[in-house]
Design a binder for this molecule. Structure first.
Ligand code: ATP
Ligand code: MG
Length: 590
């Protein structure tokens, strides 16, 4: 029930139309009730009573009732569908907006396929419930109520006899539903698994091919797909099992009707017309009972679906905006104060020591300064970048920007003033132009070209089939690692940021291009605070300050000339690039 509240919350804005649908429902149910009564008059008065002149008006009334009912059904269907579609639209929109809010930590623990099946499949089940479930449920209740009253008033003995079957029918239908429900659940779960398999192996298609794992992937898919088919078949079997019994019970009530009712007609206690009408009403009574299973099922599915949707909507946004966010015009002072961060928040005891992250990190960067973070792979360099962008919050310590705690800042304003080139370049499957303008949609073509020129990307872009309009990525032109990196640099530069964060920005370009980019970057770094992560000595040697990390801790800091002349991690990492011996002492120091 709790989960269905979600649906009602989303339906609320469209209440008026839903009420309209309910009114039409009342009308159509009411009109349906007229039919058997007219039939009774036709049989008793017109046919048996011989008043043939009544035949025409009665038949006309029958047709009119059917037509009226048709019109009511049409508009009711339209309104239901309209409300359903709006609700789903709103729901999907809210879900997606929330998904955008969630932090990388959330995505690290959730399968993409699972999320996709919720945004599409589960939302669809909610729509089904809103479009047919709610109104059909009321329809069944109304019909059942109306018809029972009519039948009891017509002939209560016959009603009792024929309806004696209905509890049995209801029990059968509900038992059937209880058995089929786990089967439906299994189908949903399996659908999620299947879409995760597809999504992962398609996203990783190059790795799959490079390792010749196609047969394995096909087999993995076949297995899950077979599991999917199996669960479907299991559900179908349960379905098929219950049907004969339901049909049998339905037929039985008819037998009782003709047996008992026919006798009453023969004894003159009931007219033929009444029997005909009774028959008509009985059918409209049995239908809601038979429909019960389907409705309960729809209800069930919608409530599981909304549970799953709620799981996303209620997933806490780890990175919370402060109640009174500070909108800062960033000058560029960065200060890490005793910052410790663990990816695995639950890590404790011995495990805490081994859990990766950053420990007791202190660093001050004055406005306009250029600071490099270096260290062996996996030492926590990218982690520093993530914390500075507030993709994660540190567990202890704080990060100050111009003296204000990062957690107090208005994130959007802040991030718009930080230009970042991430280690793993991600481009969207749109034009190069749009990719470069990603951080500043208002940029002019001229500015975009200028940014590309500074990032040494203009030459290769102009050689592409459609130049800046070339679509890259999926369904577009492929770019090399170095080309992608340069587009990413242009994207960061275009933002004209106060703080520039470069995470190994030239890891995929050749030495010559790198020198050119470095030269361009050097000009750009003027007057901006820059945090650069690099494995290349050329990128860090003229930094104002260099921090050397190892296993999440600062092990050395200073300027290049000092660090390269003392034994330690820095020398071990960079001496070979300068053609210097790494030094015996360096090894001994470890
Ligand atoms: N999302 C994550 N969840 C858990 N651990 C992570 C996560 N990201 C990184 N780590 C771990 O944190 C440590 C530091 O990672 P980080 O990405 O900061 O290294 P790095 O210094 O940037 O390395 P590289 O030079 O290879 O880019 C590593 O041991 C890594 O395995
Ligand atoms: Mg890294």
């Amino acid at each position: 029930m709790h989960s269905l509240r979600l649906i009602f919350r989303f339906v609320a804005p469209y209440r008026a139309r839903l009420y309209g649908a309910l009114l039409l429902l009342l009308a159509s149910t009411g009109l349906a009730m007229v039919g058997p009564e007219i039939q009774r008059l036709i049989v008793d008065r017109a046919i048996i009573g011989g008043k043939t002149r009544l035949l025409f008006p009665l038949l006309t009334a029958l047709v009119a009732a059917a037509l009226g009912r048709g019109v009511a059904l049409f508009f009711r269907g339209y309104l239901q569908e309209w409300v359903g579609q709006r609700v789903v639209y709103d729901l999907r929109h809210r879900l997606y907006a929330h998904l955008q809010e969630l932090s990388p930590a959330y995505y690290a623990r959730t399968y993409t396929g699972e999320i996709m099946s919720r945004v599409t499949g589960d939302v669809e089940r909610v729509r089904q419930f809103v479009t047919s479930g709610v109104v059909d449920l009321l329809n069944s209740v109304l019909t059942f109520g109306f018809v029972s009253i009519i039948l009891f008033r017509m002939n209560w003995q016959l009603t009792l006899v024929t309806l004696s079957i209905s509890p049995l029918l209801a029990i059968t239908v509900l038992r059937f539903d209880r058995r089929i429900r786990p089967a439906w659940r299994a189908i949903e779960r399996q659908a999620g698994v299947l879409s995760t398999v597809i999504q992962e192996s398609l996203a990783g298609v190059r790795v799959v091919k490079a390792f010749a794992r196609e047969p394995f992937e096909v087999e993995r898919f076949r297995r899950e797909s077979e599991g999917f088919a199996d669960t479907q078949v299991r559900a179908a079997r349960i379905w098929a099992h219950s049907f004969p019994l339901i049909e049998f019970l339905t037929a039985l009530s008819w037998v009782l009707l003709v047996g008992v009712g026919g006798r009453q007609v023969a004894l003159g206690r009931m007219t033929v017309g009444e029997l005909v009408a009774f028959n008509g009403y009985l059918w409209s009574l049995i239908w809601p009972i038979r429909n019960l299973g389907w409705l309960v099922n729809l209800f069930e599915q919608a409530s599981t679906a909304s549970d799953r949707i709620l799981e996303i909507l209620n997933a806490p946004v780890d990175i919370q905006e402060p109640p009174h966010p500070v909108r800062l015009r960033v000058k560029g002072e960065i200060r890490f104060e005793n910052v410790s961060f663990k990816y695995d928040e639950e890590a404790y005891g011995d495990h805490a020591l081994r859990s990766p992250g950053l420990f007791g990190f202190n660093l001050t960067v004055h406005p306009g300064e250029r600071v490099a973070v270096v260290g062996p792979t996996g030492c926590g360099k990218t982690t520093v970048v993530h914390l500075l962008l507030r993709l994660y919050d540190p567990q202890t310590g704080r990060i100050l920007i111009d003296g204000v705690d990062l957690r107090e800042l208005d994130l959007v304003t802040y991030r718009r003033q930080v230009g970042v080139v991430q280690q793993e370049t991600f481009l969207f499957s749109t034009s190069i132009k749009e990719n470069i303008a990603f951080g500043r949609l208002s940029a002019t073509d001229e500015e975009i070209r200028e940014a590309a020129r500074l990032a040494q990307a203009d030459r290769f872009i102009e050689r592409l089939p459609d130049g800046y309009e070339t679509v890259v990525g999926e369904r577009g032109v492929g770019l090399s690692g170095g080309e992608r990196q340069r587009v990413a640099i242009a994207r960061a530069l275009l933002m004209n940021p106060a703080i520039l964060v470069l995470d190994d920005p030239t890891s995929s370009v050749d030495a010559e291009t790198e020198a050119e980019i470095q030269a361009a970057l050097r000009r750009l770094m003027q007057g901006r605070t820059t945090l650069i992560v690099s494995q290349r000595v050329s990128a860090v040697r003229d930094a104002d300050w260099i921090v050397v990390l190892d296993e999440g801790r600062i092990v050395q800091q200073g300027r290049h000339e000092e660090l390269i002349n003392q034994p330690g991690v820095y020398r071990r990492l960079f001496a070979p690039q300068l053609g210097l011996p790494a030094g015996e002492e360096a090894a001994a120091c470890r």
